[in-house]
Design a protein. Structure first.
Length: 190
């Protein structure tokens, strides 16, 4: 069994922001793979489904980004899902818009959602990083940037990347991170 976590902030004011790309991807996966309706549980919204005949839980923490680990650890503990079967999808300002990378473990890179999950279940889980670009400034400018929306061009690019994640996710579940990382690298070059 796998737990796929899309990171974001609850509320309509955050729905289409850069920081909510994990939620956007989770919603796309929910529809593409015909998951059950989302239910409120584990301080989040959770749905059940199958990808490649593997049971998968899809979680959107509703704790706000900084406390995402609270929701993830509750779901992972309840279903006895080990960190190596947790997949977290999140925004990454260190990658240009539309760049996709994936890895197991690593640092949080200043991402408060990842810091929270690292503290809750260890950093040794699968991470799918979707690039949202970086503003020129620091501090408040960064906060405004990640909580801001995409331009029309960026939105089209992001929609393509979300589709790519959904199309390739069965490889991560079936063959593991090295195969998945190689595949998404090749698909982005093509």
């Amino acid at each position: 069994m796998f737990l796929i976590v899309g990171l974001g902030n609850p509320g309509t004011e955050y729905a289409a922001t850069r920081h909510n790309i994990g939620f956007m991807t989770a919603d796309y996966l929910h529809e593409k793979y015909n998951f059950s309706p989302f239910k409120s549980k584990f301080d989040g919204l959770i749905a059940e489904g199958k990808i490649n005949n593997e049971k998968v839980l899809l979680l959107k923490p509703q704790t706000f980004m900084n406390l995402s680990g609270n929701s993830v650890v509750k779901a992972a503990n309840f279903y006895k899902i080990l960190p190596q079967n947790v997949i977290v999808i999140h925004d990454d300002m260190d990658l240009p818009v539309g760049k996709l990378k994936a890895k197991i473990g690593g640092g949080a890179g200043g991402h408060n959602g990842l810091k929270s999950i690292d503290a809750a279940i260890t950093p040794n889980y699968n991470r799918i990083r979707i690039g949202v670009g970086h503003p020129q400034g620091h501090g408040e400018e960064v906060v405004n940037y990640v909580l801001g929306g995409f331009s029309k061009t960026d939105k089209e690019t992001i929609n393509h990347i979300i589709e790519l994640v959904a199309e390739t996710l069965p490889i991560l579940i079936e063959k593991g991170m090295p195969s998945y990382s190689n595949l998404i690298g090749m698909k982005q070059i093509a």
